[in-house]
Ligand binder design. Sequence first.
Ligand SMILES: *[C@@H]1O[C@H](CO)[C@@H](O)[C@H](O)[C@H]1NC(C)=O
Ligand SMILES: *[C@@H]1O[C@H](CO)[C@@H](O)[C@H](O)[C@H]1NC(C)=O
Ligand SMILES: *[C@@H]1O[C@H](CO)[C@@H](O)[C@H](O)[C@H]1NC(C)=O
Ligand SMILES: *[C@@H]1O[C@H](CO)[C@@H](O)[C@H](O)[C@H]1NC(C)=O
Ligand SMILES: *[C@@H]1O[C@H](CO)[C@@H](O)[C@H](O)[C@H]1NC(C)=O
Ligand SMILES: *[C@@H]1O[C@H](CO)[C@@H](O)[C@H](O)[C@H]1NC(C)=O
Ligand SMILES: *[C@@H]1O[C@H](CO)[C@@H](O)[C@H](O)[C@H]1NC(C)=O
Ligand SMILES: *[C@@H]1O[C@H](CO)[C@@H](O)[C@H](O)[C@H]1NC(C)=O
Ligand SMILES: *[C@@H]1O[C@H](CO)[C@@H](O)[C@H](O)[C@H]1NC(C)=O
Length: 367
Amino acid sequence: MEKLENRKSQTSFRSLFCLNKLKVRTQVLIIQVLIQFSVGTLLTLISYLSFQYIIDRYSNISLECYVLQYYKKTDMISYLQVRSSQEVLLRSQTHLLKSDFLYQFIQSIELQYVQQPLDCLNYDDKYDKYQYEQTFCYGFFGDKVYPLTNQDILAMNYSSFLTQILPIMDMDLDLLFSTIGDQMYFSIWPGDPFPNYKPHRRIWYTNHLKQIEDKNYNLTYFSDPYIVWTWFLFMVTQTRNMTNLNGQIDGVFGSDLNFSLFKTLSQKQENVTFSIIDKKGQFLLSQFNISQDTYIYDTEKSGFNKEDFEQINNSLYKKQFINNCSRIDQLLNNERLCRYNTVANTEELIVAKFLYPTDLILLMQQI
Ligand SMILES: *[C@@H]1O[C@H](CO)[C@@H](O)[C@H](O)[C@H]1NC(C)=O
Ligand SMILES: *[C@@H]1O[C@H](CO)[C@@H](O)[C@H](O)[C@H]1NC(C)=O
Ligand SMILES: *[C@@H]1O[C@H](CO)[C@@H](O)[C@H](O)[C@H]1NC(C)=O
Ligand SMILES: *[C@@H]1O[C@H](CO)[C@@H](O)[C@H](O)[C@H]1NC(C)=O
Ligand SMILES: *[C@@H]1O[C@H](CO)[C@@H](O)[C@H](O)[C@H]1NC(C)=O
Ligand SMILES: *[C@@H]1O[C@H](CO)[C@@H](O)[C@H](O)[C@H]1NC(C)=O
Ligand SMILES: *[C@@H]1O[C@H](CO)[C@@H](O)[C@H](O)[C@H]1NC(C)=O
Ligand SMILES: *[C@@H]1O[C@H](CO)[C@@H](O)[C@H](O)[C@H]1NC(C)=O
Ligand SMILES: *[C@@H]1O[C@H](CO)[C@@H](O)[C@H](O)[C@H]1NC(C)=O
């Protein structure tokens, strides 16, 4: 029974290919050709697959090398940038500290002021560049003229004193101060004409008093960023109390932060951009074209949203973060933060670092 069925199927198989009509020799030949054909196909397929595997493997390896190389570069650049930004912050802190100390110093001893300070801030054309560079200019910017108080005279003495010691001060010094009183005594070096300037209405001044009101007892504060229209610069000022001998506040010292390195680093070639943001995500400085009151999660400006900021914050605090990049993510186990930027339309590698001793954050984006 079984045999019979077997033969039947053989017969039908042969009849299917019409083999039964051919000679045995021809049949063998055809079967040989068929076998050779399928073996050939199999071999081709195998070699193709292994070739593909090798390509895959090597492209994985070279991509991995590339990514590692890329990370190394990113680390180096961000390290340098963090260091130089910290240097700027520290230098300005030191200036403020020194200035506050010197203000108390001149109150504690009798000094003769050889050079009287120049009222050169209120005039457009009376003074030349030399005067602005050689003296701490001052101006009274109160709404009306008041009789001079002791505090005003002390402030003028201080401008004289600073002018006299300018040659032994750090020439990178960038210092301004304003007294608290109605006179609005304001002094700055290097100077420039400041007609109609109202120090008490400037962000650095109002922010400083606001911080005191909020009982933030830090030694220095950072103002919100503002645009210096004369230079089209985005600026942050670090501020500090101008303390009298009784420990009370006579005025506010400010030092503009000059992160000029932001500009000198040829970021365009490296496809890297730097920003400094605060803990709330507000931009203080950026290489992007941003205006005042811009936050990292203002999507149409930065290309990031709240979720991206949350992940940046996580990476900053060395907590678990979520990548959303297609390629880099699969390699190297999620070690780096990479997010999709909807403005740049690319996946960006993001490095966020605290600028100790402040709690400002340096942000580096690399495509
Ligand atoms: C190449 O990398 C991808 C993604 O990590 C992985 O799925 C694939 O198995 C890797 N291929 C080889 C040959 O290692
Ligand atoms: C200002 O300096 C003069 C000396 O040049 C001194 O006589 C005067 O007491 C000083 N005034 C204040 C308020 O420090
Ligand atoms: C003072 O500064 C430190 C870091 O410099 C910061 O962590 C802290 O929040 C600041 N204090 C206040 C009240 O803002
Ligand atoms: C700054 O001055 C205010 C007002 O006198 C005072 O409350 C605050 O403690 C001072 N801050 C520092 C750091 O001395
Ligand atoms: C910033 O500093 C650089 C040198 O460090 C200087 O050339 C530049 O003029 C400064 N810019 C401002 C606005 O102070
Ligand atoms: C920068 O990005 C552009 C466009 O994505 C690319 O063509 C260029 O090679 C990149 N430059 C570097 C130095 O990576
Ligand atoms: C920066 O943005 C403002 C508007 O937000 C625009 O007017 C200005 O042209 C932009 N500047 C550059 C250099 O793109
Ligand atoms: C960032 O993370 C820290 C630590 O987890 C948290 O305390 C802080 O509130 C977070 N900041 C924002 C803006 O989410
Ligand atoms: C990352 O997020 C963006 C915007 O939310 C989305 O368009 C993109 O597809 C995401 N990419 C991955 C790999 O999940």
